[in-house]
Design a protein around this ligand. Structure first.
Ligand SMILES: NC(=O)c1ccc[n+]([C@@H]2O[C@H](COP(=O)([O-])OP(=O)(O)OC[C@H]3O[C@@H](n4cnc5c(N)ncnc54)[C@H](OP(=O)(O)O)[C@@H]3O)[C@@H](O)[C@H]2O)c1
Length: 278
């Protein structure tokens, strides 16, 4: 089962399309002829991307805070009102708290669950209930390699991505044979606005993780769309990220977790163990 064939009244809804991986997933889908509906809070950024893509496919812009249940509830109605059918959904919007839980505002932890977990369940459920009766559709959920093991320094974030992983894998099995394909994209580190939004110094982060793990956003986006198109189910872009994720899963957690806690730049910063110049 591949991606649905593009059609003029069909659209791919991409959340978090105003920057980073989401913007590149929208570009990748547009390159393959799929009309796209760009969703995020920063409408000006979405309009810039819409201008870039409009010569290729039909592009819609819907400003929506997917962490807000009421706003989210109206999203598919708005797509419908524009005469379009959602045949691809990409749950990419995501935020991350970084650092010690002792220093993280509780509101930030909860906002992260709303965007990374609640919005994924909400939009996926609505999409599935439209797609399965039609017997066609595709859903791509963006997880993270941090969803494969507990990650001291980003404990809440890693837990939300573990949710995305198990939810997506289970959903894929549940929808087998319905004509709706489901895939999980789990990137390692990618240079986007993600770290800045989380208040983290990118240089310190880059120093803490091997260079070979970092991937360009466009390659990550292509790997995700390829996984949907090839019905692969799950992809970790880049051989170094795939190998290190598998390796870290094999190390007993009683050894692994203290090591990760000792290395994480967010914990070094928050617990006063950061000896590098700022
Ligand atoms: N960068 C990495 O190293 C990395 C690694 C693994 C996984 N990921 C995952 O990849 C996905 C994309 O992240 P990115 O790296 O591309 O980061 P990014 O450049 O910061 O992009 C995040 C996107 O999510 C949107 N977003 C955030 N909160 C939102 C909300 N409440 N409502 C609607 N949209 C919202 C942002 O748009 P607005 O601010 O305009 O709303 C933005 O378009 C996330 O799920 C992230 O967890 C990233």
């Amino acid at each position: 089962m591949a991606l649905p064939t593009p059609a003029p009244t069909n659209t791919a809804v991409v959340t978090g399309a105003s920057s980073g991986i989401g913007a590149d997933i929208a570009r990748e889908l547009a390159d393959r002829g799929h009309g796209v509906t760009l969703v995020a809070r920063r409408e000006d950024r979405l309009r810039d991307l819409a201008d870039e893509l409009a010569s290729r496919v039909r592009v819609e812009v819907i400003a929506c805070d997917v962490g807000d249940s009421a706003a989210r509830g109206g999203l598919f109605d708005e797509v419908d009102r524009r005469g379009l059918t959602v045949d691809i959904l990409v749950n990419n919007a995501g935020i991350g708290t970084i650092g010690s839980v002792t220093k993280t505002p509780v509101d930030d932890e909860i906002a992260q669950v709303r965007v990374n977990v609640e919005a994924v369940i909400d939009l996926t459920t609505r999409a599935v209930q439209q797609m399965v009766p039609r017997g066609r559709g595709a859903i791509l959920n963006v997880g993270s390699t941090a969803g494969y093991y507990p990650f001291p320094g980003q404990v809440g974030y890693a837990a939300t991505k573990a949710f995305v992983r198990t939810y997506t894998e289970g959903l894929r099995a549940e929808l087998a044979g319905t004509g709706v394909t489901v895939a999980l994209l789990s990137p390692g580190p990618v240079r986007t606005e993600f770290l800045k939004s989380a208040g983290m110094d990118e240089r310190k982060f880059a120093d803490a993780f091997p260079k070979s793990l970092w991937m360009p956003s466009r390659e990550v986006a292509r790997a995700g769309v390829d996984a949907l198109d090839g019905d692969k189910g799950s992809v970790i872009p880049g051989l170094p990220s795939r190998l290190s994720t598998r390796l870290l899963q094999l190390v007993p957690r009683r050894f692994l977790l203290p090591l990760l806690a000792n290395q994480h730049p967010g914990l070094k910063r928050d617990l006063g163990r950061d000896r590098s110049a700022s």
